[in-house]
Write a protein that binds this ligand. Structure first.
Ligand code: ASP
Length: 441
């Protein structure tokens, strides 16, 4: 028998109807032993997330004011309990919550109650044990997550427990106060539980059927990615594609546990599997995803015989460090070196940096190209497939898009091109259609 840890996001647990879907999913597979819930999310576009209501409620009560958010929170949970027909009352919990908010128990404590209360309801509905995350997830004095203590104590706790619900998003500080992860942090709890349970799979249930090959706001109906490696995911997330909390990757990646993104509203859809690696003999994928971001600047320094000058690169990077600038890429030629920097990092510092670069590196020329968008084509299959770069460049040329920069990561996992901001959407649409027509995706 294998073990699956299932995490359900806020929209999957926003109402009694959604809870019923979740219960069907969990109870249809006995491997789904441990469940990590988020707080109730939005039921419709203008709805409030319970976590946001809790922050509001805390701010109101802790200032000694009345709180309308408090009534809304109680109603959200009571509707779920009634809709499920449960013999459960959270009245005592609500009173305690109110008193501790008035007593200023802390904003993290306040926010954590969303998951805590949802966990109690879900455990009751599933007939699973409830484990308070404060008893199994620990932070250090400096506020960072204590992964080893958590793993030891949580593993031990789960060993004696057939099925459990462990609320997401929070844990305990050494002084017994509650601390939360950053927003969206129930994903992290799910990954921590998966590691501690030695799970075979970490299922992350949400309201989309996985990652898409390209951004659906730009490309009409892009296909879903069926399998992606952790490294590819890192590349695509860096470029702005987001479904999972970035910190949720580490605990499971290190333990070699795959993450399976699934849709609570379409449970039969295959979803996206995130794995450490694939079998190259069986894997025919060339391109996994296309993503990009706008608003970069490229600083280019040119100097005759740069390739023979020792220390040029070091001096250039020292200038960036002195001005507290991080850079994204560093494409270089024989006599040129460029630095790609995010516009918001550069703004306000540009003149000082150029003066410093002239002083420290004595380039023959220095230029700044602004309004650059970066587009990354990511794919583990590129390494072994000829013609991927050609397909990318052909598609852009055919669409009359000028490529201003090219950077291929040395792992051959990606090719990044820089185009004018105004060509960004067109470049992604064109590339996607060209790859699709040529069966590369
Ligand atoms: N409820 C928290 C939030 O809204 C954590 C989560 O849902 O993952 O950010």
């Amino acid at each position: 028998m294998s073990i699956k840890v299932t995490k359900f996001g806020g929209s999957s647990l926003a109402s009694a109807e959604q809870f019923k879907k979740v219960a069907d999913i969990v109870l249809s597979d006995r491997d789904r032993k441990y469940v990590v819930p988020s707080a109730p999310g939005k039921r419709f576009k203008e709805d409030n997330k319970v976590t946001d209501l809790l922050y509001k409620c805390y701010d109101e009560f802790s200032k000694g004011q009345d709180s309308s958010a408090f009534e809304e929170i109680k109603e959200r949970y009571n509707l779920i309990i009634e809709g499920l027909g449960l013999d459960l009352s959270l009245e005592k919990e609500f009173e305690l919550l109110k008193l501790s908010f008035i007593g200023r128990a802390g904003r993290d404590y306040a926010a954590s109650r969303g998951e805590y209360l949802n966990g109690i309801i879900l455990a009751k509905h599933l007939g699973f044990e409830f484990i308070d995350a404060a008893d199994v997830i620990f932070f250090k004095n400096d506020g960072t997550f204590d992964s080893e203590k958590t793993n030891d104590i949580m593993s031990e706790r789960l060993r004696g427990c057939e099925n459990a619900v462990i609320p997401g998003f929070y844990g305990k500080m050494p002084n017994d106060t509650i601390k939360t992860f950053s927003r969206g942090g129930s994903d992290i709890t799910g990954a921590i539980v998966a590691r501690a349970a030695h799970a075979d799979e970490y299922e992350n249930w949400t309201d989309v059927s996985g990652f898409m090959i390209a951004d659906p706001r730009i490309v009409d109906n892009p296909k879903y990615i069926s399998v992606i490696t952790y490294k590819e995911l890192r590349e695509l997330s860096y470029m702005g594609a987001s479904v999972l909390h970035a910190d949720s990757i580490f605990p499971v990646k290190a333990a070699g546990i795959p993450i399976h993104i699934k849709n609570t509203n379409a449970p039969d859809d295959p979803g996206t599997m995130i794995v450490t690696h694939t079998d190259p003999a069986a894997d025919k994928t060339v391109i996994t995803g296309i993503a990009g971001k706008k608003d970069f600047s490229v600083l280019t320094l040119e100097k005759d015989m740069m390739n023979e000058e020792k220390g040029f690169g070091r001096r250039l990077l020292q200038v960036l460090e002195r001005h507290d600038l991080s850079f994204e890429h560093l494409p270089s030629g024989i006599d040129t070196m460029s630095v790609v920097i995010n516009d918001h990092e550069l703004s306000g510092k540009e003149d000082d940096i150029i003066a410093d670069l002239i002083e420290s590196c004595s380039p023959d020329t220095i230029g700044v190209e602004k309004n650059i968008a970066l587009i990354a084509v990511v794919g583990r299959g590129m390494k072994n497939a000829k013609g991927t770069a050609a397909a990318l460049f052909n598609s852009l040329a055919a669409a009359d898009i000028n490529i201003k920069m090219i950077d291929q990561g040395s792992s051959e996992l990606n090719i990044i091109v820089g185009v004018d901001n105004k060509d960004f959407e067109k470049a992604i649409i064109t590339t996607y259609s060209y790859f699709e027509a040529n069966k590369l995706i």
